[in-house]
Design a protein around this ligand. Structure first.
Ligand code: AMP
Ligand code: MG
Length: 404
């Protein structure tokens, strides 16, 4: 064992350093089906107006408002997709169904409930207001409008908008290809009975879920032993097709911690230790061809917290997200938050509503091995280094993972 030679980098500085070294990935055209959940790479401009024709909002009669109170001759029907050929002239009306074209000449639609029909004539009420009960050309979208901006994640409504303006294929950012690996001789596959001193490889599955949630396309590399050559071969192979390498374990200073020297030999280690709790041994390296490597600590909570702080924003930048960070909200502390002398601490809290406020309670022991401190947590509260901490009752800005 030797003391680490890596300088302790401030947590925010390390996070900016990671983002500075992160490149936005390329653009690909994908079908609407495949674009859901992806990030739009270019502004989407409407090639024409929506609706493209005056479209009835109700079932009724298209008439001229100046014919209010009269009995009108019904000249035909305009159903959705089957417009009426002629115009509506003085003294006439056209039966019109929802989504049908309001014929030329008509300037309002009277709901079927409001008329009296007698064979081929219809009596309309008075007064009538021009422009009622139909959507005018361009009411929803004008030709040339920017309907979606680059950086928008394509959810249900956004996909619907793209479809409505006739875009079958969309320019989206490529998903980052991430190779994920656990390291450690003590690890066994989940479901296998651990032998003496062995534990189940939980980080791989936790990180897989976190990576997918962040939009990554993940290949699972399994467990690498604490043996330099075997580890190197696995990593070098994985990097053939990956943009990003994520490992867990093997970054502290014990003799079996092989990830840092491996990354040193393959590229440049920019961060080897961070003033962060949990997650002090977090390691970040750049590799040839713009690839990135994140060596996450082995302790389960440390690996997920460093994922949140460093990896997730980086993956979001790669995908062109307009917003890289999770939202924050002011919360009132329901407990005395003690600080760590030399490190920014990310404490896990649950939130509850109290009137108009959110109140944060600790999830209990914040040990970096205790995943139950993160399971069900609604937010992370950052406590600055020092010996003051933050007293119960104070309002702080919390990083929201999920609202109660
Ligand atoms: P390391 O960073 O390799 O020294 O690991 C620190 C601690 O995290 C040790 O107690 C490991 O057993 C534990 N650990 C490492 N990798 C994993 C993993 N994949 N799943 C669960 N715990 C792990
Ligand atoms: Mg280890």
């Amino acid at each position: 064992m030797r003391a680490s030679t890596y300088p302790l980098v401030d947590a925010d500085e390390a996070a900016s350093l990671v983002l500075e070294r992160t490149q936005v990935l390329g653009v690909e055209r994908r079908s609407l089906d495949e674009s859901a959940g992806r990030v739009l790479a270019e502004d989407l401009i409407a090639p024409s107006a929506l609706p493209a024709f005056p479209s009835s909002a109700v079932d009724g009669y298209a008439v001229r408002s100046v014919d209010a109170g009269r009995t009108l001759r019904v000249i035909g029907e305009s159903a959705a997709g089957r417009p009426l050929a002629g115009p509506v002239g003085p003294g006439t009306a056209a039966r019109v169904l929802t989504g049908g074209v309001v014929p030329e000449g008509a300037d309002c639609v009277v709901m079927v409930e409001d008329v009296h029909v007698d064979g081929e004539v219809v009596k309309v009420p008075s007064p009538l207001r021009a422009g009622t009960n139909y959507h005018k050309v361009g009411d929803d979208v004008h030709e040339g409008d920017r309907v979606l901006s680059a950086g928008t994640q394509l959810g249900a409504a956004e996909i619907g908008i793209a479809a409505a303006i006739g875009q079958a294929m969309l320019p989206v950012r490529r998903r980052p290809r991430v190779a994920l690996m656990s390291t450690g001789d003590e690890l066994v596959e989940v479901g296998k009975k651990p032998g003496p001193g062995q534990i189940q490889d939980s980080n791989r599955w936790a990180l897989l879920a976190a990576l997918r949630e962040a939009g990554a396309d993940v290949s699972l590399l399994g467990i690498a032993p604490d043996e330099p050559e075997a580890l190197r071969r696995l990593v070098v192979d994985a990097l053939e097709s990956a943009d990003v390498l994520v490992t867990s374990g093997g970054v502290s200073v014990g003799t079996h911690d092989l990830v840092k020297p491996l990354l040193e030999s393959l590229g440049t280690v920019h961060v080897g230790r961070v003033k962060l709790k949990p997650g002090k041994p977090f390691t970040f390296a750049t590799l040839p061809q713009g690839k990135l490597a994140f060596g996450l600590p082995g302790f389960p909570v440390s690996s997920l917290v460093t994922f949140e702080v460093f990896v997730r924003p980086s993956l979001r930048k790669m995908q062109g997200f307009a917003r890289l960070q999770r939202p924050t909200l002011p919360v009132r502390l329901g407990y005395d938050a003690r600080a760590t002398a030399d490190r920014t601490e990310y404490q896990r809290v649950t939130l509850r509503r109290e009137g108009a406020e959110l109140v944060a309670e600790t999830t209990g022991s914040q040990s970096s091995s205790r995943l139950l401190s993160l399971a069900g947590a609604h937010a992370l509260v950052r406590i600055a280094p020092g010996d003051l901490g933050v007293k119960a009752g104070r309002v702080v800005e919390a990083i929201i993972l999920a609202l109660p």
